[in-house]
Design a protein around this ligand. Structure first.
Ligand SMILES: C[S@@+](CC[C@H](N)C(=O)[O-])C[C@H]1O[C@@H](n2cnc3c(N)ncnc32)[C@H](O)[C@@H]1O
Length: 272
């Protein structure tokens, strides 16, 4: 197990730039559905938001654009991504943000500081997600809320017609992440973890994306081949299965009735 968890941008895929682009596409893919729920939970009324594990800053950008009244603090552990996010947000000519280098489990931020905290696609990579939720509880204001969003790889991308080999790919991904201390099936556990971390009024939502509504291109960009290639390189997946998946995927896309769906899992809790 890796004490720093199972997401390291330099090693999770075979190309850092492509992985950054994939993260951007993944924000775009779910934004419509996510924003609907963010509004329902009152995020659009927040004056101060912290995003923990903010990566290259693409969600921070969306929050700044859509919530003109909010100051957004981004906390990110990887210095490469802290620098990337700072440069990226400055280039968008946005203000009201700061990016700080730190861990979600020990942010160094003051108690009771934020109206909202968001941890998106981060808890699934941590050896001790509860430790992170307790730290989030500490820095959220009384009356404030947390939103956590993660995958559950039992319910990852599904297609019509089905693509054989996808289950083997997900199993290989889960083994690789678990070997580093992550849990790609954490989605189902999010409500319990928030409750154990002290949050109340916990709600749970499924965020979904469908190719018939968003187009195939959005899915191509948000998946990419970088992580599957790395699974082959690291011995978690055979190149033969990856080849079968590529062929099956192309065949599926050629079917005029094809569908691709993907879900994320969101839990929200309040600090009394
Ligand atoms: C899959 S990316 C998600 C980035 C962003 N939240 C998004 O939704 O696009 C996970 C991010 O969490 C960061 N991370 C991992 N462990 C962390 C920790 N202990 N503290 C802060 N950030 C962490 C990684 O470096 C990476 O940027």
């Amino acid at each position: 197990m890796n004490p720093s968890g199972s997401y390291h941008i330099k090693t999770i895929a075979n190309n850092v730039e492509a992985e950054i682009n994939r993260l951007k596409a993944q924000v775009d893919l779910f934004w419509q559905s996510e924003w609907k729920h963010y509004q329902e939970f009152g995020l659009d009324q927040a004056g101060s938001i912290v995003e923990l594990g903010s990566g290259p800053g693409f969600l921070v950008e969306k929050l700044l654009v859509h919530i003109p009244g909010a100051e957004v603090t981004a906390v990110e552990i990887d210095p490469l991504l802290v620098e990337y996010a700072g440069n990226y947000l400055a280039k968008q000519k946005l203000d009201r943000w700061q990016v700080i280098e730190g861990s979600i489990t020990d942010t160094g931020l003051e108690d009771d500081s934020f109206d909202f905290a968001i941890a998106r696609l981060v808890l699934e990579h941590l050896p001790d997600p509860l430790e992170a939720v307790r730290e989030i509880y500490r820095i959220v204001k009384p009356g404030g809320k947390v939103i956590v969003i993660d995958n559950d790889f039992e319910m990852h991308i599904m297609t019509y017609p089905p693509v054989s080999g996808l289950r083997e790919l997900y199993d290989a991904y889960c083994k690789a992440r678990a070997a580093e201390g992550g849990n790609p099936k954490i989605g189902r556990e999010l409500p319990r973890i928030l409750k154990e971390g002290g949050f109340t009024d916990v709600e749970f939502e499924i965020i979904s994306a469908h190719s018939a509504l968003l187009g195939d291109e959005m899915f191509f960009r948000s998946e990419g081949i970088g992580i599957p290639y790395k699974l082959v390189q690291d011995g978690f997946l055979s190149s033969k299965v990856l080849g079968q998946i590529s062929l099956g995927w192309r065949k599926m896309i050629r079917d005029e009735h094809h569908s691709v769906i993907r879900q994320l899992y969101m839990a929200v809790g309040k600090k009394d």
